[in-house]
Structures are given as structure tokens and as C-alpha cells.
Design a protein around this ligand. Sequence first.
Ligand code: ZN
Length: 401
Amino acid sequence: MTFTPRCITVNSRPTSHGPVIHRAGWVVVDPWTILSNGFVKVESGLIKETGQGRGYGFGRIIDHGPGVLLPALVNAHTHLELSALKGKIPFEKGFGVWVKELIKQRESLGINALAIGAKEGIRSLIESGCLVAGEISTLGLTREMFLNSELAGVWFREFLGNTPSGHSYWLDKNEKIIASLAGHAPHTTSPQLLVELKGAARKHNLPFSIHLAELEAEVRFLKTAKGSWADFLTEQEIDFSGWGLPAQSPVKYLERHGILDENTLAVHLVHVDKKDIEILLRHHVQVCLSPRSNQNLHHRLPDMDGMLKAGLKPCLGTDSLASVDSLSIFDEMAFTSRAFPLVPPEEILAMATINGAKALGFGDRFGSLAPGKSGAFIYMPVKVSSRLSLIETVVNARFDK
Ligand SMILES: [Zn+2]
């Protein structure tokens, strides 16, 4: 099914006029609770009540039309600093060439062009119905623009390298933004630095993000301390003899170093087996999948069916515009729906909403249209006649841009 919705952001700020009642043909409170002829009553920026028909009482009424009011989408993993590289890095020559080209072009573009691209990226996130994001900032460029945007979410400052820094890091939390830390990946970042970063985030009970089990070369290096990645580190005169290798898998390696817990957001997980999934479950690790990016860069997808069957609750992230052609979570849902036909559409919508909000630490503010949550949500002008076709339509809609 092809569909091209336009999303309208409903951002209800406190007003002196009392409550605002948003009406629509449908209200998706969460993927399993759908109201026909529904309303969402918002007061002082927060949802006060959802319901059906005319039982909303006093307030200013905004009738959005026959379509659907939905929780704002959540893009739990992106790199806005790479937005200016959209369409510039070829995938065909393999991941190694892609990385080298990315670093080269990022340097040659310069800070101003990257900042303009990142601002454009924020705009396209919001336009495509995403109001909560997990931004991975390698250069520190996006801090102010992320803070000052309409987005809520986590600004993760990312570090990589071989030695602990001993720095004190900027960590913060308010109702709209969390500032925290990310370690790049277990094959690029020493366990000593990962432990330092995770320790700082843990001390403040904040989320910590890491790319995990994304690459074949990463897995081979961690399992054998040999291979192309080991050669590369040796060429760079990086001594990995103190990294505690070999390990049985990337997931087991992070478990051994004490990195895994409910505030760790593990991204990608393309190379995990049943035992790894059990470990992720046991430590209540948050899981973020980026199937479009994995397909483009590695021609391989994560075992989403296996993860769901085991009880994991993945969320979705697009990764950057250097590896996908849009930052739209609608596009990520549509791809996921085609690539994983056995996954129910309700689960895919949950990944794009409530699972992502919880993974980023915003489950009490976003992810569903429950009373007490943010009065910022989205409207899609769809025309459907049943609950089932509604969810199918939402999940398979590509963002029209
Ligand atoms: Zn990434």
C-alpha cells in the first residue's frame, strides 16, 4: 500500500482559555487502544483526558478532520551532524570505503555546512511527526540547536578512543531534554573509556548509548583479537592488549565490563544469537534497531522476529542521512513492515512510539496519549473504516517529502 500523509504537529502550550479539545475521526491512545470519533483534551500543555463522542465537557474545540491523532513518533538514534552528507556517500563499495569517505567529506564540508545540515535535519524530523529523538553528537555541534528546538529527547555526547579521559562531563536532565553520554562501539573504544562514560551516566541515572554488534569486522575482532580491525588498530599504534580480548560475543564483552543495564541503549544488534538476546533481557537493556541503515550498509537485518519472540521491546532509529535517505520514522516503520512481514503492525507502531519514549527515559511524557503526558502529538489525514486498516495504513505510510 502506498500512502503519502502530511503530518501536522499539535503543540499545545498553556493558554488562558482553559482546555483545548482536539477531535478527529480516530485517536490512537496506544497501538492497542484505538478510539473512533475520538478526542484528546489538553490543559496547560498536558493531556487531561481522552474519549469518544461529545463527552469532553467545556473547552475550545479544534476539529482536525476524519484522520487520526497519534502519539508523536520517536527517533531513538540519529546523527544530525551528518545530515549535510545526505546522498553524498556511496554504499556500493562496502562499509570500509563508506567510513573513510564519510570522515573525508565531513572534514572537507566544514563546521558551518554541518551545522546548517543539522538544523535542516531537526526541521525534517519535526515535519515527519517525530517530536522525541536520541541525537548522537560526535563533534558537539548540535547541543544548542537541539536544546532550543521543539524536540524533546536525549542529546548524547559521543566519545571514542583508547584511553579514559578523566574529564568531567556535561550531564543534565529536565522535563524536555536529557544531556548524557555515548560510547561509540566496543571495537573503537577501550573498555576503560566505556566504563568511565557509563559510570558517569550511571551516577546520574541517565541513559547511555552505544553501537553494538553492528559489523562483521567488530564481531571477528572481539572474538579473536585478530582480523582487519585488529590490523587497523595496530597500524594506528593503538594497543588493545588491555581490552580483555578475546570475548565470546560483543554483547558478552559489554556484560563482562559491566556496561549493560536498563539505562543502556544498545543500537543495531545485527549480529546477536539467542544467548546474547537472553543477556540483553536479563539486564533489561534498551534495544534500538535501524533496519534501513543496516540494509544499506551491510545488506543484513537484525533478527527482529527472534528478539520480539524472546520478549525484547525494540525501538526504532533511522541512523544518519549518510546511511539512509530520510530521518522519517514513518519511512522506518514502512521499511520494517515490508522487511519483517511476521511482525504485527501494532508492534511496529509501539517501536516507533512507546518503546522509543521509554528507551530514552521519556516514557512518562511521550509514547502514548495517556492523561498526564505531553499535549504535543500528531495528526495524519487518513481515510479508513476500521481499526485494523487504520494501524496498517499508519505503519505502511511513507512520509511525503
Ligand atoms: Zn549510529
